[in-house]
Design a protein around this ligand. Structure first.
Ligand code: CA
Length: 716
């Protein structure tokens, strides 16, 4: 039901009524439809995205109406004009330069040829795919100091569409509704306490007239929740907290009362974490909304909940009654998480035949390395099997539903190399389920991290401070896993019924891209700047196209005027792409669109030559060493080690002379804040900033010397 008091959409409907009335009077000279891509045309097509249309998204494969394409988020397109037999005819149709080199993680949406995509700093772009032109952009003007409170880059994973509106969650915690035809703001709500370290990078979802949005920030110290708002007005309808608050303040509901019994100590002082920053799915028949819940603050349970406990609902899938947000059931993938094993990874709903029975299932490949199949109505665990190398647990006991942890898994008595790592066996990069092959295609990785139990830990209440409590103890032994596989990224085809891997493609980087499947194909970008099509059955590579920079976002497919297109946004970044890259050059984020028989020339970008900075080091050895320690503590996370860094964020060994002349202004006075460079004034003394500068210059000088040496050797 459309609610009264929503001027824009109502007026568009009224205007369209007048248009028809005028047509009837004039009889001739009237077109039956407003022009595609015009304000009226967009109003008509986006206005027709009704609850019914979203529930039945599989009936309109020509559009890609929501983040995961349908409420089950399977990212399967049934369009089959582009197939294995003709994939060699797939070529570049059009490109659009989005003008920024920060990471693009978004899945675009398309309705009747109008494409909506979000980018770094939560900027939204509306694009007319028929003309390959930007119609409008919307910049929510996120204060740039928020960059420092985004654990994992200033990315945005997508928008939602509903009845003429586009919704975006901004990095600084607002939910904003825009007129889809003009980009004008219809309403905006602040969904978080701006004094705390909340951020939004995930895509909102709309179901039954409600917009649901979560948030991130568990690395810094917040209490997670998801909120449903009225899609027309932005009025808050319900909120579900994912972890309990301070019992002294009373509990919001029975679920919180129950959850509090699984926590110990004063967890609320750090917020507890459990932020739901990405995964949502919706079953309209059951009227359940499924939410993936993240890790705790701190990562290490020993300091978060000192007497142990499962710490509900961290690392869980929670099923909420969509009407009021009350808890229907939950399943915790990693009880008492100590590894950043979030269960925020994508949730896919499907109907599978398991042991002869048709089951309505929910599938997830969370960070912890096990692939879960749950009954999505009851929450019953059907299966849980390792889809990557796992050493923190031996298996999941199907009777208890709990993982059986290894002796070293909690890294209490020794530092331990644990598989998977905080990057996860699978992260936010969307996977896809193909109902034809019955396979799930997972952008996965075998990757480990060394975890250790620090002697003690104090919460740092600075909202910009990361609170993990996992630093190793040098006095303890370190367990390295001698059985560990090669660390690498891979595209896995996983059979959720047979519970086994069917094929894999090994990849150059652990940081890989989201996936989409069509009838007999799987599409995925690569970190070294290609867009690739694989045979969905056996993983054979069938086609590839150079797209300049590395890709992390997932592709989509849609149809415009009877022709099938495939679109992916190239734009390297994200948590695994800030300080490392696999292409020579880093180009601005670019939308690449492909179609059969298309032969558009690739976009031309300026090639930037890089030169090691060559300035005198004005410090003694001790100061340079002090600079190195400070650099590792404050700068390395984004810039990477000088000479060995440089992903979406520059390698400072190659920074300009001017940057070093203004070094203190940039680092200590916020002179580059508009680019997202934090202001360290008040946190670093001028002498410390000077030491950091001299460390970078000295590292660059060493590299210059080495390069010259190599050159001389080479000349002989
Ligand atoms: Ca996390």
């Amino acid at each position: 039901m459309r609610q009264p008091g929503f001027p824009k959409a109502v007026s568009s409907r009224a205007a369209s009524g007048l248009f028809w009335f005028a047509c009837l009077l004039l009889i001739s000279g009237c077109h039956t439809e407003p022009e595609k891509g015009s304000v009226d045309g967009i109003r008509a097509s986006t206005g027709a995205i009704t609850p019914d249309r979203l529930v039945n998204a599989d009936n309109t494969p020509e559009d890609w109406l929501s983040y995961g394409r349908n409420y089950g988020e399977d990212r399967y397109s049934s369009l089959d004009e582009i197939r294995k037999e003709n994939i060699q005819e797939l070529g570049l149709s059009w490109t659009i330069n989005l003008g920024t080199t920060r990471g693009f993680e978004a899945t675009p949406l398309v309705v009747d040829g109008i494409l909506y995509v979000s980018g770094p700093w939560s900027i939204v772009y509306a694009i007319d795919t028929r003309k390959a032109e930007i119609i409008w952009t919307f910049d929510p003007e996120v204060p740039k100091y928020y960059g420092e409170m985004a654990c994992c880059d200033v990315v945005n994973r997508g928008v939602a569409l509903y009845e003429g509106l586009v919704y975006v969650g901004s990095l600084d915690g607002r939910l904003i509704a825009l007129d889809a035809s003009t980009g004008e703001k219809a309403w905006e709500v602040v969904t978080v306490d701006p004094g705390e370290s909340y951020t939004i990078t995930g895509a909102p979802r709309v179901y039954d007239g409600k917009v649901i949005i979560g948030n991130g920030g568990a690395e810094y110290g917040v209490r997670g929740y998801v909120t449903a708002y009225d899609a027309y007005t932005g009025k808050e309808l319900w909120r579900f907290y994912t972890v309990p608050g301070n019992p002294a303040n009373g509990f919001e509901n029975e679920a919180m009362k129950m959850a509090a019994k699984t926590w110990t100590g004063a967890w609320w002082e750090s917020g507890g974490g459990g932020t739901a920053w990405d995964a949502f799915a919706y079953d309209p028949d059951a009227d359940l909304i499924y939410v993936g819940v993240g890790n705790g603050t701190l990562w290490n349970r020993k300091f978060r909940s000192p007497e142990g406990g499962d710490n509900l609902f961290l690392s869980s899938v929670v099923a909420l009654n969509a009407k009021d947000g009350s808890l229907a059931w939950y399943y915790q993938t990693t009880p008492g998480d100590s590894w950043d094993f979030t269960a925020t990874q994508q949730i896919i709903l499907a109907d599978l035949t398991i042991k002869g029975q048709k089951r309505k299932v929910l599938m997830q490949a969370p960070k912890n390395g096990f692939f879960y199949v749950l009954d999505r109505i009851s929450g019953e665990l059907i299966s849980a099997d390792p889809y990557v190398y796992v050493n923190w647990a031996t298996h999941v006991d199907l009777q208890t539903g709990r993982p059986v942890e290894t002796t070293f898994g909690r890294y209490e008595d020794q530092n331990a190399q644990i598989f998977p790592s905080p990057y996860g066996g699978h992260n936010w990069q969307p996977m896809a389920f193909n109902p034809m092959t019955q396979l799930v295609y997972i952008p996965a990785r075998d990757f480990s991290m060394l975890y250790g139990q620090p002697k003690d830990w104090t919460l740092n209440n600075d909202p910009r401070a990361v609170n993990l409590a996992i630093g190793g103890d040098k006095n303890k032994q370190t367990r390295i896993d001698t059985l560990a596989p090669k660390e690498q990224g891979m595209l896995l085809a996983w059979d959720p019924v047979q519970k086994k891997e069917v094929w894999r493609v090994e990849q150059k980087s652990i940081w890989n891209a989201g996936v989409m499947s069509t009838r007999d194909l799987v599409f995925q970008g690569t970190p070294d700047g290609y867009f690739v099509a694989y045979d969905a059955t056996d993983g054979a590579e069938l086609w590839r196209h150079n797209v300049g920079s590395g890709v992390i976002a997932a592709p989509i497919s849609y149809m415009v005027d009877g022709k099938q297109y495939i679109t992916v946004v190239s734009g390297w970044g994200g948590v695994g792409g800030r300080s490392v890259r696999y292409t020579d050059q880093l180009y601005p984020g670019t939308i690449y669109t492909f179609a059969l028989g298309a032969h558009q020339a690739p976009p031309k970008y300026e090639v930037v030559e890089k030169h090691l900075i060559n300035l005198p080091v004005d410090a003694n050895k001790a100061d340079v060493e002090n600079g190195r320690l400070l650099f590792d503590a404050h700068c390395n996370r984004c810039h990477g080690t000088p000479g060995d860094g440089g992903g979406a964020i520059p390698d400072l060994a190659y920074a300009s002379k001017n940057s070093f002349e203004r070094f203190n202004q940039i680092v200590g006075e916020g002179a580059a804040l508009s680019l997202g460079m934090p202001d360290f004034g008040g946190r670093l003394q001028p002498s410390q900033i000077e030491n950091i500068k001299n460390y970078i210059l000295s590292a660059a000088m060493e590299l210059t010397t080495e390069t010259n040496k190599t050159k001389r050797v080479g000349n002989h």
